[in-house]
Design a protein around this ligand. Structure first.
Ligand SMILES: *[C@@H]1O[C@H](CO)[C@@H](O)[C@H](O)[C@H]1NC(C)=O
Ligand SMILES: *[C@@H]1O[C@H](CO)[C@@H](O)[C@H](O)[C@H]1NC(C)=O
Length: 342
């Protein structure tokens, strides 16, 4: 075999991992240990997945997330991290709000409460080779992406990849928008949240939970752009996909009379530009590093995986800290928010 053919033969196989897995819902309530630690209730409702040591405090100095968790709602049995986002409401023409249920991604049907799909990728999503190899996050690491106060395109522009996909069926992936889709989406709305991939190499967190992280200084993660000198350490891209089952809310008679879209985040954003996500690292020992160093693309054998049934058993295993109605037809959103557009 000619040497160049040999290299090509090797190059075709992944050299490190891209993992993609589902997590069932852990709990859905007004808690936010990253932005509002200790506050019960926090300002708006979240849906949270992952390890069941999750609580309102999560003090990084004293908390041993993998040690204190007895189960996780995620498929990787050693991933006790917590991943969370706001939740979506439908605002009916009579002004009342109803929570939009979630759906699991295709292939993960049955995940309780829909939950979310989580990715860790070292190169872009559709690059099956995953030639890069990055260092895993360290215990105590956490980050936030997005701006809950953003209500227009300019305000949302500093975040590169927080999007919506209007899904006509379970497989729709095309045409991502930064605002809520303007038309009814037959199957649902997918939220895709991609975290920045350049770390300052020092801080596990920062006061705004963002400034220890940055985007590549030129190009993008997808184009292999270099990290800035202030944030020289390239990490894996963490991405969430959450599917909102809007199919039951597509009656035009219930949409605003002017034809505008009726969906609202739990913090009142009716534009979609306030899209945001929270991440608290909690993989056991070096299990994330081990799996990232495995040569695999999506189907990663070897790591301890649990079935959807086992994940679901962990769902709801966290005692409810905030007891309130988040599911009825509500006059105001939990926490007193109302839909706002600027
Ligand atoms: C959260 O868990 C920690 C143990 O890790 C505990 O010390 C703390 O009191 C708990 N916080 C709440 C609000 O329950
Ligand atoms: C508002 O509209 C929704 C959807 O049609 C309906 O289910 C709900 O009962 C209405 N609420 C009030 C107070 O009219």
């Amino acid at each position: 075999m000619h040497w160049s053919t040999l290299i090509l033969a090797f190059a075709a196989a992944p050299t490190s991992a891209l993992i993609r897995f589902q997590c069932s819902q852990l709990v859905r309530e007004r808690l936010d240990p990253l932005v509002n630690p200790g506050l019960i209730p926090s300002p708006h409702v979240h849906q949270i997945v992952g390890g069941n040591s999750f609580n309102a405090t999560m003090d990084p100095k004293t908390k041993d997330i993998p040690g204190e968790s007895t189960c996780t709602t995620c498929q990787f049995a050693e991933d006790f991290s917590n991943y969370w986002t706001a939740i979506l409401y439908f605002k009916a023409r009579n002004g009342t709000y109803k929570r939009v249920p979630q759906l699991a991604n295709a292939g993960f049907e049955g995940a309780k409460g829909g939950g979310m799909t989580v990715y860790y990728m070292q190169d872009p999503l559709y690059d099956t080779k995953q030639l890069s190899s990055v260092k895993a996050f360290q215990p105590g690491f956490r980050m936030f992406v997005g701006d809950i106060n953003a209500r227009n395109k300019a305000q949302a522009a500093r975040f590169r990849q927080l999007t919506y996909t209007c899904m006509d069926n379970a497989g729709t992936r095309d045409k991502e928008t930064v605002a809520f889709p303007a038309r009814p989406c037959k199957y649902g709305i997918m939220t895709s949240l991609r975290f920045p991939t350049c770390w300052n190499g020092v801080d596990l967190d920062s006061p705004d939970h963002m400034s220890h992280m940055a985007y590549p200084e030129s190009g993008t993660f997808e184009s292999g752009g270099p990290c800035p000198s202030t944030h020289p350490v390239r990490v894996s891209q963490v991405m969430y996909e959450v599917i909102w089952d809007t199919s039951k809310f597509n009656d035009p008679a219930e949409w605003p009379a002017d034809g505008s879209q009726p969906f609202v985040w739990s913090f009142g954003d009716g534009t979609g530009y306030g899209n945001h996500g929270d991440y608290v690292f909690g993989w056991k020992g070096d299990s994330l590093q081990k799996i990232l160093d495995t040569k695999c693309y999506v189907n990663c054998e070897g790591a301890k995986l649990q079935s959807i049934e086992e994940m679901n058993k962990c769902s709801g295993s966290v005692p409810e800290a905030v007891v309130e109605d988040i599911d009825g037809w509500l006059d105001v959103l939990p926490g007193g928010h109302v839909a706002n557009y600027s």
